[in-house]
Each structure stands twice: as structure tokens, then as C-alpha cells.
Design a protein around this ligand. Structure first.
Ligand SMILES: CC(C)(COP(=O)(O)OP(=O)(O)OC[C@H]1O[C@@H](n2cnc3c(N)ncnc32)[C@H](O)[C@@H]1OP(=O)(O)O)[C@@H](O)C(=O)NCCC(=O)NCCSC(=O)C[C@H](O)C(=O)O
Ligand code: MG
Length: 291
């Protein structure tokens, strides 16, 4: 299995900004989010869509924003807004394009055809999994990179818990326990295809404790990062997706143990009364690099 190519590095914090909100867009250079998603979909009222497209093109052209990975979320491929969104994407040249409510391979094909027709250069595709059909059919939907050298490879799946709740009646409270099976299903299909996978947003941006709990849950589940709605969530997301002090201490011990002369050439060794193998060395090195 190969990792789908993505030029975007860390994705611990992926902050949405409404495409029409000038005050928010102006903050991009000063915010530490790994990625910013400029939204044309649900955060933008119908009468503001055209203005949002222009603002997004300007935002991508702004030299002060060049260091940030900027992604554009379009409206759905079956909406009247989509064709104009593609023109804006072709002009803006973001780091990736994100489509909402990914439910069929035909929708992805429509996006790829549309991008080609709009003259957009090859770019990674992100897709939101946020509908019952999208979740139920995720095995097929995640398997979307059949053609070698695809100019618009699917690289990243993004969970949309608000739409999942809206369309299923499932509650988001209580540690999201009624949704966890669906989130894990999407996650394992992403991992099986070398795709990256981002958790949904935490709406109550004033609730720092609740956010920290949910972000820690997302990391423990194996998500690559969390999507965010407010700048106040960026630093806590970075804390949640960093190894804990205990994990760092363990990782250092593992690396040191495998470096001992008596452990050279061993695949499994004893450490603190337990076993660690070379696969744990790999995890330890990954954590230390992330730290
Ligand atoms: C939710 C908000 C509308 C709240 O905004 P506001 O009332 O301005 O809050 P604050 O007064 O606390 O803001 C303080 C300053 O921070 C700036 N700000 C706020 N949010 C952002 C942001 N996302 N990016 C950049 N800057 C931001 C404000 O402008 C204030 O600055 P200043 O005016 O100079 O004082 C707002 O947070 C917001 O719009 N958030 C993003 C909403 C969004 O994009 N939603 C769509 C994505 S979520 C989704 O759809 C998930 C998925 O599809 C699903 O189904 O679950
Ligand atoms: Mg949504």
C-alpha cells in the first residue's frame, strides 16, 4: 500500500474560515494553524457566495499567506454553485480542494473532470464524509485512486459530525459514543488506503475542557488531526496531537534500550518487566519526531 501523495505536512489543526469573512481571512498570517480551509459551502450565505469566491482568490494571491497551507471547500458537486466554485479554485490554486458530502465515485469524477475543464493544475482532493451513504459506502469511496499518476488524487478524508447528526438524528454529546463506530469505520478505511483522516469540529468553542477531551479522543482513535472553527482551538489541538510527557519518556527509554550493545540485532527485548519489539521502536521514533 502506498501513501497517497500530499504536499501538506502536519494536519493537527485544520481551521475553517468562512470565505466571505474579511476579518477572519486577514488573520491567516498570524495564526498557527497547520492548515486553513477557506469555506464556500455552509459557512457562507447564498447571497455572499460570489463575494466569497473573489475574497478567496485574493487571499490565495496574498504574499503574506504564502507560507500557510490553504485549502478551498467548494459547494457540493450537484449544486448550482459548483461550476463557479471550480473557476475560483482554478484561479486561486490552493494546496488542495475539499468537496463536501462525498457519497459517490461519480461525484469525485465530476470534480476531476470539472477541474480539468477549468484548467486547474493537478492538486490533491480532500473529501468530507458526513452523510449516511458516505459512511455506509466508505470502502468503495476510499478506493478512489485507481489510475496511476492521477492528477487529482484523493489524499484526505474529513469527518463532518454536524451533518452526520443532522442526517441521522444521532447525538453528539456524551463523548460522541453513539457515533464512534462510524468515525472508526471511516478512519480504518482511510488508513487501509494510505489516506489521511481528520476528525470533525467541536462547536462550543468557549468550552476549552470539552474541546481538550474530544481532541484527545481523536488522537487516541488515530485521527491525523482535528478540524476547528475558532482560533482558540489551535493551541489546544497542538497539545492534544503531541505525545504526552509519559509517552515521550517511554519513547526515549525504548530508543535508548535498542541502542544498548547487548540489544543489537534483537527484534524483541525486555524493558521495565515488559516486552518491546522493533515496531515499538518505530512508534517511539515517530513520537520523538512529533515532539
Ligand atoms: C463561530 C464564529 C461565527 C464566531 O465568531 P465571532 O463571533 O467573531 O467570535 P469571537 O468574537 O470569539 O472571535 C474573536 C476573533 O477571532 C476571529 N475569528 C473567529 N473565528 C475565526 C476563524 N474561524 N478564523 C479566523 N478568525 C476567526 C473573529 O473574527 C474575531 O476577530 P476580531 O473581529 O478581529 O475581534 C466564527 O468562529 C466562525 O465563523 N467560525 C468558522 C465557521 C465555519 O467556517 N463553519 C464551517 C465549517 S464547520 C463545518 O461545516 C463542519 C462540517 O461540515 C460538519 O458537518 O460538521
Ligand atoms: Mg458539513
Amino acid at each position: 500500500m502506498t501513501q497517497a501523495t500530499s504536499p501538506i505536512g502536519a494536519m493537527r489543526s485544520v481551521l475553517y474560515m468562512p470565505g466571505d469573512k474579511e476579518r477572519a481571512l486577514q488573520k491567516i498570517p498570524g495564526l498557527a494553524a497547520d492548515v486553513v480551509v477557506l469555506d464556500l459551502e455552509d459557512a457562507v450565505a447564498p447571497e455572499k457566495k460570489a463575494e466569497a469566491r473573489e475574497r478567496i482568490v485574493q487571499t490565495l494571491a496574498e504574499p503574506a499567506n504564502a507560507a500557510r497551507a490553504l485549502v478551498v471547500r467548494t459547494n457540493g458537486v450537484d449544486t448550482p454553485e459548483f461550476a463557479a466554485d471550480l473557476q475560483a479554485v482554478a484561479r486561486a490554486r490552493p494546496a488542495a480542494v475539499l468537496i463536501p458530502k462525498y457519497e459517490t465515485l461519480e461525484a469525485l469524477q465530476a470534480l476531476r473532470d470539472g477541474l480539468r475543464a477549468a484548467g486547474a493544475p493537478g492538486l490533491p482532493v480532500w473529501a468530507m464524509v458526513e452523510t449516511p451513504l458516505g459512511i455506509a459506502d466508505i470502502a468503495r469511496l476510499a478506493d478512489a485512486n485507481q489510475a496511476p499518476g492521477e492528477a487529482y488524487p484523493l489524499t484526505t478524508l474529513v469527518i463532518g459530525t454536524n451533518d452526520i447528526a443532522r442526517l441521522t438524528g444521532t447525538r453528539m454529546d456524551d463523548g460522541r459514543r453513539h457515533m464512534l463506530a462510524w468515525l472508526s469505520t471511516v478512519l480504518i478505511h482511510a488508513k487501509a488506503r494510505g489516506l489521511r483522516v481528520l476528525d470533525g469540529v467541536y462547536n462550543d468553542f468557549s468550552d476549552a475542557e470539552g474541546f481538550a477531551r474530544e481532541a484527545a479522543q481523536a488522537r487516541a482513535m488515530g485521527f491525523d488531526g482535528k478540524t476547528l472553527i475558532h482560533p482558540a482551538q489551535i493551541a489546544p489541538a497542538h497539545v492534544a496531537f503531541a505525545p504526552t510527557p509519559e509517552e515521550r519518556a517511554w519513547a526515549e527509554k525504548v530508543v535508548q534500550a535498542f541502542a544498548l550493545p547487548e540489544n543489537q540485532g534483537s527484534g524483541a527485548i525486555k524493558l521495565d518487566g515488559g516486552m518491546v519489539e522493533l515496531l515499538h521502536l518505530e512508534i517511539a521514533r515517530r513520537w520523538l519526531a512529533a515532539a
